[in-house]
Ligand binder design. Structure first.
Ligand code: NAP
Length: 225
């Protein structure tokens, strides 16, 4: 498969690296390729990471999406719509758009606030803005290390997905299985309006992170037979 992974942060890098090790063609999307590669000031810079990942290309959001069959949105939630608009609706048309972002606003410090919240979600905003894209919200309720290596958390635990397009959710489920998620770990929450629920789990996740002291934990749904 040919993936465009939007996002040069830790989540985009983690997902891109996992997809590349699985043999997929991967291009990371960014606003400005030259500017992103020019930031060489630290070991964590994208340039340093990218130099060790020769199989992963870097392109503008539009160029990355143009040739991809699947787009993964791992951009800052407050800027995801801007990133996707920069990609262009024509480059998202008919494509599976896996959204792992969260609309967290850190501008007032910690803990972050959610916007939108309550009667809307970023997943829905993306689907409304790009009606021809097939948006599936998933993986946003856990740390990115756990996304691609669920075994980091011992025992059963769950990953949620939601979206309007059944075939898009099936393809996303196949991807999750390929990451090592057992079939019975997947919980389909329904259409894209369920993104409200998973995005609104983030304040709880952030609070738990403070209590647990690390990010390698996850939600487990235990039910009576
Ligand atoms: P991030 O710092 O939240 O986002 C970095 C990306 O956002 C970059 O690619 C950047 O583009 C893009 N961006 C920032 N401002 C922009 C703007 N004004 N217009 C267009 N694009 C813009 O990265 P992250 O920490 O890896 O998180 C990515 C997403 O995953 C977030 O929504 C986060 O809430 C979600 N998430 C994170 C985790 C986790 O483990 N950290 C877990 C679950 C979900 P440039 O490349 O051009 O700079």
């Amino acid at each position: 498969m040919n993936y465009a992974v939007f996002g040069t942060g830790v989540v985009g890098r983690t997902l891109a690296a996992k997809l590349a090790t699985q043999g997929h063609k991967v291009t990371i999307g960014t606003r400005d390729v030259e500017r992103t590669l020019a930031q060489t000031d630290s070991e964590e810079s994208f340039a340093a990471w990218s130099a060790a990942q020769p199989d992963i290309a870097l392109a503008t959001f539009a160029d990355a999406a143009a040739t991809a069959d699947t787009v993964v949105n791992a951009t800052a939630g407050t800027s995801s719509l801007a990133a996707l608009r920069a990609a262009g609706a024509e480059n998202l048309h008919g494509k599976l758009l896996i959204d792992v972002s969260n609309p967290l606003d850190f501008s007032r410090g910690m803990p972050p606030t959610l916007d939108p919240v309550g009667t809307d979600s970023l997943g829905e905003q993306i689907q409304r803005a790009f009606p021809e894209a097939r948006v599936v919200k998933t993986l946003n309720t856990m740390n990115c290390s756990v996304m691609v290596e669920p075994g980091l958390v011992p025992g059963p635990h769950n990953v949620f997905l939601c979206g309007n397009d059944a075939e898009a959710k099936e393809r996303t489920a196949e991807l999750l299985l390929s990451f090592g998620w057992p079939q019975d770990a997947l919980i389909d929450l329904g259409d894209i309006t369920a993104a409200r629920a998973t995005e609104q789990a983030l304040p709880l996740w952030v609070q738990l992170w403070g209590v647990v002291g690390h990010g390698n934990f996850n939600f487990r749904i235990q039910q009576a037979d």
